[in-house]
Design a binder for this molecule. Structure first.
Ligand SMILES: Cc1ncc(COP(=O)(O)O)c(C=O)c1O
Length: 418
């Protein structure tokens, strides 16, 4: 890399477009040139309808646009508007609110919540534990804030959560640092769609409890990233684990990163929260104070109109039911698309990692870049990751989801000769 001229050495960046945005740009150009029918664009991490238009919930946008101007324009409280904090807590836990001291602080999306947990719950230079398939922004947020990341393989041989690998990594980190923060992006993990099961959560809880008891001076922080929760499971199924994550030793803290981006189609409105389920009132207050201070020191207040929209939806039965009906309508479309892809992939022998729910399906391969480039020649755009390809049923019609596995398998065979 070049030498820094005016920026400090550690702020010297390679530049250029983010690889996902670059391939998305190419897909958009190809669509303009050849028309939407000829192109499979699975690069977008947002819910698109079958015509390739961004899905937006009418309940959300009618509410937002119906707000008086001053409720859109005004600043919000630094921690978020108090009524919003109450409603976002409902949105996060629904009927599965755990026992404990629960506090919420508004953040600009789940990204802000991830940032605050990394910065307030790990020391400078600490290493944060991620799964080996992970959302790339975790590493950016860690790096930007002078933290490191390490990974463990997400899957065991049976395609379930690799509990043993995760435990080993936690213990190893606790040998070299006082605290460990582990990010568990579940349900409907990005980029694989994996959801940690209740049995796996029970084993996680048991291990954390034993380890924290045996090492009383260490601290264990579970950051559960819920970005895709409202597209997982039926009813409250996907939230059942939350009731379990309580009653652990006082040196364990559970944090939740909640995002309104996907669940309420509010991507650009930057709305979400970080929540804690703390074992004591002091730990909960400390959390709220630290994260509110972090808000002030980073972006100050959140987006008032976005907060008011959620507050209004959760305060009015009719609006709430409308929003839930929209969520569930699109969840069933997403499920049909993903099921079409998985069924076809299984039929032709295209290997995937375990998919349960959500926006993305991952296909492991040795040369993802080359396979992605090969697919582009066929007007099929799939994101190349370090360990394979990320296909996005959230952005592709059912018919195209059914067609894609064969195209991907052919490209892998051509490039990798298998
Ligand atoms: C795994 C994961 N976590 C968190 C987020 C946060 O998104 P936002 O900041 O838009 O809420 C995303 C968005 O793509 C994500 O994929």
């Amino acid at each position: 890399m070049k030498k820094a001229q005016m920026v400090i050495e550690t702020s010297l960046r390679a530049g250029g477009t983010d690889p996902i945005f670059r391939i998305a740009g190419e897909a958009a150009n190809r669509t303009k040139e050849l028309g939407p029918e000829a192109v499979i664009n699975s690069t977008i991490g947002a819910l698109m309808d079958d015509d390739g238009e961004l899905v937006t919930f009418k309940s959300v946008y009618d509410t937002l646009k119906g707000l008086p101007n001053h409720l859109i324009a005004d600043y919000s409280g630094l921690a978020g508007q108090p009524d919003f904090l109450e409603k976002i807590t409902e949105a996060c836990f629904k009927n599965c609110k755990p026992e404990g001291y629960i506090r919420a602080v508004a953040t600009p999306g789940g990204t802000g919540a991830v940032r605050h947990s990394f910065c307030n719950y790990t020391e400078l230079g600490d290493t944060i534990l991620l799964t080996d398939w992970y959302w790339a922004a975790y590493a950016t947020i860690a790096d930007e804030n002078h933290r490191k990341v390490t990974t463990f393989p997400l899957y065991n041989e049976a395609g379930g959560f690799n509990l043993e690998g995760w435990k080993k990594s936690i213990l190893k980190l606790l040998e070299k640092q006082q605290r460990v923060l582990t990010v568990l992006n579940t349900p409907a993990h990005n980029p694989t769609g994996y959801t940690i099961s209740l049995e796996e959560w029970q084993a996680i809880k048991t291990f954390v409890t034993e380890t924290a008891t045996a090492q009383p001076t260490s601290k264990i922080i579970l950051l559960v990233d819920l970005a895709y929760i409202d597209f997982a499971g039926e009813g409250d199924e996907a939230r059942q684990f939350m009731k379990m994550l309580t009653g652990m030793p006082h040196n364990v803290l559970t944090l939740y990163a909640f995002s309104c981006s996907k669940g309420y189609t509010m991507y650009g409105l930057r709305n979400g929260a970080i929540l804690c389920v703390a074992p004591t009132a002091e730990i909960a207050d400390e959390f709220a104070n630290a994260c509110t201070y972090s808000n002030r020191g980073n972006w100050s207040n959140g987006t008032r109109g976005a907060m008011e929209t959620i507050t209004k939806i959760f305060g009015n039965d009719e609006l709430y039911n409308q929003a839930m009906a929209e969520q569930s309508f699109y969840k069933s479309i997403l499920r049909r698309r993903a099921a079409a892809f998985v069924e076809e992939a299984n039929k032709i022998g295209l290997k995937m990692v375990t998919y349960c729910d959500g926006f993305f399906i991952s296909i492991p391969c040795d040369k993802p870049q080359e396979v992605s480039s090969r697919l582009m020649e066929n007007n099929t755009f799939v994101v190349a990751l370090g360990k394979g390809l990320r296909f996005a049923p959230c952005a592709v019609s059912e018919e195209k989801c059914r067609r894609s596995p064969q195209l991907i398998l052919d490209a892998i065979k051509e490039v990798e000769g298998r």
